[in-house]
Design a protein around this ligand. Sequence first.
Ligand SMILES: Cc1cc2nc3c(=O)[nH]c(=O)nc-3n(C[C@H](O)[C@H](O)[C@H](O)COP(=O)(O)O)c2cc1C
Length: 354
Amino acid sequence: MAPLTRCRAKQPSDAPWSLNAEYYAQRAGAGLIIAEASQISLAARGYLMTPGMYSVEQVEGWRLVTDAVHAKGGRIQAQLWHCGRISRRSLQPDGRAPASSSTKRANGTCLAYDAEGKPARMPCDEPRALTIPEIAEIVEQYRHAAQCAKEAGFDGVQVHSANGYLLEQFMSSVCNDRTDAYGGSIENRNRFLLEAVRAVISVWGADRVGVRLSPKVPGDAPNHEGFPDWREQYLHAIRALGAESVSYVDLVNYAWAHSLPSFDDSFVREVRTIFRGALMLSGGYTGERAEEHIAAGLCDFAVFGRPFIANPDLPERIRRNIPLAKANEATVYSGGVEGYTDYPAAEGAPAGAA
Ligand SMILES: Cc1cc2nc3c(=O)[nH]c(=O)nc-3n(C[C@H](O)[C@H](O)[C@H](O)COP(=O)(O)O)c2cc1C
């Protein structure tokens, strides 16, 4: 199960609670759940109501979730997240500009309060370029968040370096215009990612750490533009992650959203030749396509995101060829039980009734 932001953490603590535990327990039939992205500090936040992974209350809340999933025989990893420039001053603890590799503003939106105090999609503010000491501090926040995830009872951790967030803002030659050790060459642009990953490995050991990347060919997406030398950049990153012995990389094929161009099978096959860990692929999977890709050796795991929203028993439905229920778009991020824990499992209901 892919990480899915659902904006239902308790307020104002950003701590998970019993509702989130029920939601994840309903989905424990997944081979592995990657929990929704969790900010590693308050400044890492880019959306209201997303959970954190840095406070005692958040750790206690996540413990409810991991216990509930384990009680159902499931496995769950945490996803560690820093939004970087996908944020606004109003979401920052001190009203400062959000952090990034440069001062280039993202062309998309974050989730913040509007003028009437209601949560709304709002333009991102112009970021500030992090100093080298600040980068070192954030690496320590990754280490701390990894420790929190361990205390909370997760089975491992995924580092989120995809979808236009902070680590990718350093990888991108379009966003990153630095001239120090974190910009310029491909190696420099991958430096922050590798430092964050090493910090997380220091807590968990490499065999419990995976990394999510979204290699994307040039083209504009909200919050996330492709860059010309993406192929070399990502192959370098994946080679370096292999040298750190991370257990898997999860590549998000960006064609899932906005019909954007993304990497093709030839890129995946090249990744297979340079990376010995497990390979997960995400984006637009059906049961049939997943079986084809795994049988063809393209990937080891196929990751399902949106189908899990309305189908808590997705693996069972695929296994039994039961038609999938459709999610209500209006309640994806809306908070509360509706459109979250009220999608029934197919068992006991006529096939396809949902
Ligand atoms: C509602 C929603 C929330 C998402 N939240 C996250 C997230 O927290 N972290 C992440 O890496 N990707 C996130 N994604 C991307 C998904 O993990 C997944 O890669 C994408 O939906 C494509 O897979 P699918 O076609 O199976 O849905 C989100 C996508 C959706 C639709």
